[in-house]
Structures are given as structure tokens and as C-alpha cells.
Design a protein around this ligand. Sequence first.
Ligand SMILES: NC(=O)c1ccc[n+]([C@@H]2O[C@H](COP(=O)([O-])OP(=O)(O)OC[C@H]3O[C@@H](n4cnc5c(N)ncnc54)[C@H](OP(=O)(O)O)[C@@H]3O)[C@@H](O)[C@H]2O)c1
Length: 246
Amino acid sequence: MTPSTNKVAIVTGASRGIGAAIARRLASDGLSVVVNYAGSAGAAADLVADIEKAGGRAMTFQADVSDPEAVTRLFDAAEAAYGGVDVLVNNAGIMKLAPLAQVDDAAFDQTIAINLKGTFNGLREAANRLRDGGRIVNLSTSVIGLYQPGYGVYAASKAAVEALTHILAKELGARGVTVNAVAPGPVATELFFEGKDEATLDRIRQMNPLGRLGDVGDIASVVSLLVGPNAGWINGQIVRANGGVV
Ligand SMILES: NC(=O)c1ccc[n+]([C@@H]2O[C@H](COP(=O)([O-])OP(=O)(O)OC[C@H]3O[C@@H](n4cnc5c(N)ncnc54)[C@H](OP(=O)(O)O)[C@@H]3O)[C@@H](O)[C@H]2O)c1
């Protein structure tokens, strides 16, 4: 089945959670999608099968985003399969919560390696290889506005992602490439539920003006807007998609 646009998107960390919803949405928008994953090969393959069943075009590609050579291979594979890359969604990320006093070096290094270096690896490759008029969307977090205890290293990694977003937008503007970030509030995924009991979840729901957690589709629809034809004048922005919690 031929996709309805000639645009090609790479979505990192798309085997599950927000990334999977973004991949599904961009495929239904008519883009050819590369579903990147680190370890969840089966989930990524199932997602591609679903997309194809719905008439879209997608492929899986395993790459640990913290490895620059793997990210180069991810772009190589997208170009070989689909002829070029127009969209990069830097979604892969991890969140390990602990008060700063208890953060060990391994957790700090892993968070920076995946969330910051992984995003950088994708951005550098995209800066060199995206076709003119391309779109880049990074995933940040609304925790940067909330400054909650326990989120220090995670928030710091995403604050750096926001800095890269603003600066790369200025570096790539001349080629018509936009660079934005989406900063979700709490979204119902494995990453978010990890380690939270029902009382904590209730408190987080009640903190939100809309009285609920975000859904992965809430974030996918924002990414769809930012990479689509109606967002050409949105550049260098951080879109806080969080129900109004901050
Ligand atoms: N959920 C929230 O409340 C929330 C709020 C704000 C921001 N965010 C951000 O949104 C993004 C997605 O979060 P999520 O909640 O959907 O997380 P998730 O459900 O835990 O899914 C994470 C995805 O990232 C992939 N991944 C992890 N490490 C990777 C690596 N080194 N290389 C490539 N892929 C890797 C995983 O692939 P494998 O399964 O193959 O390992 C998986 O597909 C993250 O950047 C997160 O910080 C989430």
C-alpha cells in the first residue's frame, strides 16, 4: 500500500507508550514510519503489523539511541527503505525517580546517556540528513515547570533537551526545518505508573484541572500538528501538553 504523502518519519522509542501512539498517528496521517526500539522487538513488530493492516507503511529498526553509531544506522535504514527522512521524533526516554541524595552514579549516567545524549545523537544526525522543510520534535516533560522532589536528574536531562531545541531551531531555520518540543504532563504509560501506588495516582489526577491523566493520544495529536502542514510557523517552541497542571 502506498502512503498518502511522500514524507518519512523516524520515531525513537516507538515500541510502546507515547512513541507507539505517535508512530500510529503519523502513519495514519500518511507518513512512512520507522518504529525504533531498544529491546521490545515483538511489540515493535506487532505495531508495524497493525499499521500495515490499517493501510499505512512502517518498518521496525533496533537501535539504542545512546549509541551514536546505532543512530547513524537508524537513519541509513530509513533512507535505504524510503529514500530520505523528513521527520525525527526524539521520544525514547527513561525516568528513574529518587531524591538527589540517593541517586547513584549508574542511574545518573543512564538517564543522561538515553535522554540527553540519545536526543543529541538523533538531532545531530537529523541536522545533517533531514530533507529541507523537515520537522523535528523532542519529548521534554512538564515536570520542568513543577519542580517536584525526586525528579531532579530526569528534569535536568529534559531541561538540556529544551535548550538544544531552542538552539537547533535557530541553526536549521534557513532550510525550513522546524525544531520544537512537546512537554507532556502525566501520561498513562509504563514509565509513569512505575513505582506509584493508587493513592499517589489519585492525587496526581486531582492535581490536574481536567481531573485525569493524559492519554498517549493526547500527545500524539500534538506531535501530528507540529510535523504537519499547518505548523510551518511554529518553531523553537516548547508545547506543554498537560491538561493545564502548570
Ligand atoms: N509518560 C509520561 O507521563 C511522560 C511525561 C512527560 C514526558 N514523557 C516522555 O515521553 C517519552 C516517552 O515516554 P513513555 O511514557 O511512553 O515511556 P515508556 O512507556 O517507558 O516507553 C519508552 C520507550 O522508549 C524506548 N527506549 C528506552 N530506552 C531506549 C533506548 N536506549 N534506545 C531506544 N529506545 C529506547 C522503549 O523501547 P524498548 O521497550 O524497546 O526498551 C520504549 O519504546 C519519554 O521521553 C518520556 O520522558 C513521558
